[in-house]
Design a protein around this ligand. Structure first.
Ligand SMILES: *Cc1c(COP(=O)(O)O)cnc(C)c1O
Length: 225
């Protein structure tokens, strides 16, 4: 595994599949960005993707991202890093320093902590609100019925830069109804961005207007952890 060629080829294949799905969709989003989910994968696997010109990546954990991406961000210009995992309020400072987009805004306390942190920074990452479209008790995300109020709290009351919605559908259900629901909620709130679709279901997400697909294993292979 010394050569990065397989990863560069996987990237080209994946971008082709995304284009295909967009071409087949009746009403795709104006653009669909591949967010390459590099969590658990070492820098050696990320480098070939960077060298192939890709710049949008996501990580689940602040600490892992800081250690891994510190050197990569110094070496490569124009990287856009997304946080897609749960964010503890005591990690907000580190997260705001490192990430360009935080996709896991899911509770008032976190919204207030972000607001507070933004006031002492030039940096202000774009935000997605995570919606628990399956209303699963163990899963992060705002409950469906609370979404309009929470958007209004974040965007109108706190003036946070909320750009879109994000969801992770339940594992054991067809994903399409969840994508349809997220699209409807975003439309009603006039939010332009939709982060939905992973390795197994991004083509369906594109049908429902995904602007961002978060793809890990289809690009980097299976995760050990
Ligand atoms: C890990 C992860 C992904 C990527 O999942 P794959 O199935 O490997 O593509 C996408 N979104 C979130 C929130 C994740 O935690």
């Amino acid at each position: 595994m010394s050569s990065g060629q397989p990863f560069a080829t996987a990237l080209a294949d994946l971008l082709g599949r995304i284009e295909h799905a967009r071409a087949a969709a009746v009403q795709p989003a104006p653009s669909t960005t591949l967010v390459a989910v590099s969590k658990t994968h070492p820098a050696e696997r990320i480098l070939p993707i960077l060298d192939a010109g890709h710049r949008v990546f996501a990580e689940s954990r602040v600490q892992e991202a800081r250690v891994k991406w510190g050197p990569l961000l110094s070496a490569y210009r124009g990287v856009e890093l997304h946080l897609i995992g749960p964010l503890q309020t005591n990690k907000v400072r580190d997260a705001v320093r490192l990430f360009d987009v935080i996709e896991s805004l899911d509770r008032p306390k976190l919204a207030e902590a972000l607001k507070e942190e933004f006031s002492s920074h030039d940096r202000q990452p774009d935000l997605f609100i995570q919606v628990n479209t399956g209303n699963e008790p163990q899963k992060a995300g705002v409950a469906i019925q609370d979404v309009p109020d929470f958007i209004s709290f974040c965007r109108d009351h706190l003036a946070l830069p909320v750009r879109g919605l994000m969801c992770i559908p339940p594992l054991n259900q067809p994903a399409a109804p969840h994508f349809a629901l997220l699209q409807k909620l975003a439309r009603e709130a006039r939010l332009p961005l939709l982060s939905m679709g992973m390795s197994g279901d991004f083509e369906a997400a594109i049908k429902f207007g995904a602007t961002h697909v978060r793809i890990g294993s289809a690009l980097f292979g299976a995760r050990d952890a």
